[in-house]
Design a protein around this ligand. Structure first.
Ligand SMILES: [Zn+2]
Ligand SMILES: [Zn+2]
Length: 238
């Protein structure tokens, strides 16, 4: 027991040491402006404007800083939706690099931006739940980007990470489907491994990008059934 625990710590230490050494050899450079120091610099992040005017789920109705309209709130059981910005330009590029080009070094920077947004919105919760990948896709990629983000956010906010959703159905890429196809594509695609017993369990779902809202809607439905009282959604972009 003890040896396996110290094994994990050693592994972490090694990983930390290796990335520090790599940073010395190849100092981080902002992919957007080329400035040395970080893989995505704070100046480039500061230029991203928050999205508050429209519902981030249906994209139609206007909202008052909730990120979700009344109708979607009633329909989905999601209380608030918070994103860093629109899915274009620097955020689009960052998400692409994080997901498809193995640039995991971007996850702490993006998670930092997500934490700043959630603090601005004054939302408090006790658990963070990442959107899972199907195990085959995760094995292919080697990691789940939403888990990486959730892990970083948890260490910032000192909260508990609950990796409790499992993807039970392999789904197609949401972007390739029409509206009806998207909904049936994700229906019954998740399962929660635990039930919430605490009466005040407030859960924040973490996703990379809200393309259609269908994925987080389905995750919210499952978490509600598992007993979560309040549900928030936090993503990089929408
Ligand atoms: Zn920059
Ligand atoms: Zn809406």
């Amino acid at each position: 027991m003890l040896s396996s625990k110290s094994g994990v710590n050693n592994k972490r230490l090694h990983k930390g040491l290796i990335s520090t050494l790599l940073d010395l050899v190849y100092p981080p450079v902002c992919f957007n402006c080329g400035q040395e120091g970080e893989w995505l610099c704070q100046q480039c992040l500061a230029q991203i404007k928050p999205l508050n005017d429209r519902c981030l789920i249906c994209r139609r109705s206007k909202t008052q800083q909730q990120g979700i309209c009344r109708r979607c709130r009633l329909e989905t059981g999601i209380d608030r939706v918070v994103v860093v910005g629109r899915f274009r330009g620097v955020l689009r590029e960052a998400i692409h690099r994080l997901k498809y080009e193995d640039e995991r070094c971007l996850s702490p920077i993006l998670a930092g931006a997500m934490v700043r947004r959630i603090k601005q919105e004054n939302i408090e919760f006790n658990y963070i739940v990442p959107i899972p990948l199907h195990y085959r896709r995760e094995r292919q990629r080697g990691y789940n980007q939403s888990f990486l983000l959730a892990w970083e956010i948890c260490s910032h906010l000192r909260l508990k990470l609950l990796n409790i959703l499992t993807k039970v159905k392999k789904t197609s890429n949401q972007a390739d489907l029409d509206k009806i196809g998207r909904r049936s594509n994700v229906t019954k695609s998740f399962r929660s491994r635990v039930k919430f017993r605490k009466s005040n369990s407030r859960v924040c779902i973490v996703d990379d990008v809200l393309t259609t809202g269908a994925t987080v809607k389905e995750a919210a439905r499952v978490l509600r059934r598992a007993g979560a009282k309040r549900i928030y959604v936090l993503a990089i972009a929408a």
